[in-house]
Design a protein around this ligand. Structure first.
Ligand code: UDP
Length: 194
């Protein structure tokens, strides 16, 4: 997979549509995947914070989440096709998961928001199985959530803890899992909850 370097971050060279198709294929093939959708704030944080940079090193794919990264690539002379955002990817995956009757797990946001998010997804995507979910204010020393995901084996795990918590949670828990497409999606649950 071709990548474009922007300030040390290797961004996948793809369109939003092709990227979602790739993730759906990887879910079907049960290939464990870690997606970071990186906006300029993420790029700057990776430069300044070695620990955070270490989380990104574990990513399977890093996408340009924001016009700032796409513009940056253009200025640096190696353009990227377009933005590939966490929210747009999540919504497109929900549509595909609905057609394929795949399963999801949701981690993050407040207890009220996660309940509303699950309700709205179940209403709008009847054939998506919400295998499990948990709000984003939990004990990081407990393996309860990772254990739950391990048992339920969802196809996609959307993690909405904000930056850098979502990248930290996914990268540190990834070795526990055998399959699953894990993606940090920032404030997306708040949008879906309405
Ligand atoms: N969040 C969470 N746990 C935390 C902190 C934040 O689940 O410990 C949630 C928050 O409720 C929101 C989401 O993470 O739904 C995104 O938060 P924020 O807007 O701060 O992140 P950003 O979108 O800027 O990355």
């Amino acid at each position: 997979m071709r990548t474009v370097d922007v300030l040390g971050i290797p961004f996948i060279y793809t369109t939003q549509k092709d990227f979602v198709d790739l993730l759906v294929e990887r879910a079907e093939r049960q290939e464990k995947t870690f997606v970071v959708t990186a906006n300029p704030e993420v790029v700057m944080k990776a430069k300044e914070d070695q620990e955070f940079n270490g989380y990104l090193q574990k990513a399977t794919y890093i996408t340009p989440d924001g016009i700032g990264v796409v513009k940056g690539a253009q200025i640096l002379g190696d353009p990227l096709p377009e933005r590939v955002t966490g929210y747009d990817s999540m919504v497109a995956i929900l549509k595909k998961a609905n057609e394929r009757k795949q399963s999801i797990y949701l981690l993050g946001a407040s207890p009220e928001t996660i309940e509303l998010t699950v309700t709205n997804i179940r209403r709008d995507y009847h054939d998506v199985t919400v295998a499990g979910y948990h709000h984003g204010f939990f004990d990081w020393d407990s393996s309860e959530i990772a254990d739950d995901i391990k048992v339920k084996q969802p196809d996609y795990i959307f993690v909405a803890l904000g930056v850098p918590r979502q990248e930290k949670w996914i990268s540190s828990n990834l070795p526990h899992f055998e399959k699953g497409v894990f993606m940090g999606v920032g404030g997306s649950f708040d949008v879906i909850a309405g």
